[in-house]
Design a protein around this ligand. Sequence first.
Ligand code: FAD
Length: 469
Amino acid sequence: MAREFEIVVIGGGPGGYVAAIKAAQAGKTVAIVEAEKLGGTCLHKGCIPTKALLKAAHVYQTAKHGSTYGVETGSVSFNMERAQSFKRDLVAGLEKGIEHLMKQGKIEVFRGKASILGPSIFSPQPGTVAVEDESGESELILPNQLIIATGSIPRELPGLPFDHTRILNSDDLLQFEQLPESIAIVGGGVIGVEWASMLIDLDVAVTLIEVGERLLPLEDKAVSREVERLLKKRGVRVLKNVTVDPERTEVATDAVSLAVGEEMISVECVLVSVGRVANTEHLGLQNTSIVVENGVIQVDEQYRTKERHIFAIGDCIGKLQLAHVASAEGVKAVETILGHEPTPLDYALIPRCVYGVPEVASVGMTEEGAKAAGHEVKTGTYRFNGLGKARIEGQADGFVKLVSDKTTDDLLGVHIVGPKATELITEGGLALVLNATAWEMGQLVHPHPALSEAFQEAALAVDGLPIHA
Ligand code: FAD
């Protein structure tokens, strides 16, 4: 027998579980199928555990430099096992929170691996879900509407497969109870930069290798330059425009000799952070008419696949691979199922964040992107070192940069490198959503002393008149 639900979600990450809650709030009967743990990559292998360890690294550095503030701590050391147990407790607590939300919403949780069946005796259309649990037992679920939210997995470097001891992905490194003495990080995107920042703070020798001409290639060029400058200042060796040659690379039991350009780099281990691929294999998609390109499920603006009753959201549709994007897509998909005809998500207004030191956050267009889109632009940049609050925080590096249209003064993009950038960006996001101009942002009285004063100064700088510069 197949159990029937109005809405079934495959995958309990921030896309899937948020969609399930939204559907349950509308009074639907809802089931969610999760092969591993509720919370998905975000809670167990991504956003939360990495930020927990980044916080640990930050506390270590703060303690080391406490004497600047008159705090004498004596000798300071870092205990990775303790940091890991802080991370584990935190994640377990948040996982319990999600389990509670499922109970509260009367959402039935199926533990096991889901696959989608073609037309069967239960339904003439594809979409019946078979769930196989760890012991190999199978159960069938029959949804009216199905949402696929199976996320993504780390991409391997061709010729250098993960061995999970020397050639690592981020999931592996997150489990380390002992820090390596040295590491090469291949890939200067968000994950690579966050790990580089954390590990250099924990006294690991870090080489960061990027095939392109700059780190964080999706960010404004000025942001990439500043991040590279500050990572180098803290001791990270940054190599750009180089590729790793797997054929000349030697992986031994205790070390790796990594061939990078002309050089051989000897390190204890290598973190490969060259992106993530949609997790859509072995899902039974071949039993449906769903279109898949390079593993990525193709959807329309409402997240509908070629099967009208099957939707897909989050990392597996390969748009912006971010937790808040997965959740927002999940909400939109459910609203569509409910017949609300939601306005499509505006991806240009989604904040993008990097949680290293310095933090990076941006929303809207880069200066280069705005020009390429045909805008004549003007920009205003204000450096944090002009602000009392940034100096009090001991983090006066970085800046706020605003990009606006030269004719209309409309803000097109907001870019921050520096302290609390990932919190500050929401002001920029709101300004863009409300179609604010740089002049309007400059008129808003900001509190003093505050890091957000940088917005007002940058806004005034758009027309060349910052106060504290
Ligand atoms: P996932 O979170 O990947 O969840 C998918 C779930 O589906 C998993 O639990 C999986 O077990 C389950 N599943 C897969 N196949 C099946 C199946 N056949 N049957 C049943 N269950 C299945 N994003 C941010 O916004 N901020 C950050 O700071 C951030 N930091 C990150 C740091 C790292 C190191 C990484 C790797 C990612 C980070 N991300 C961050 C990205 C973020 O984690 C993802 O964008 C987000 O988790 C995607 O959500 P999702 O629901 O699409 O998929």
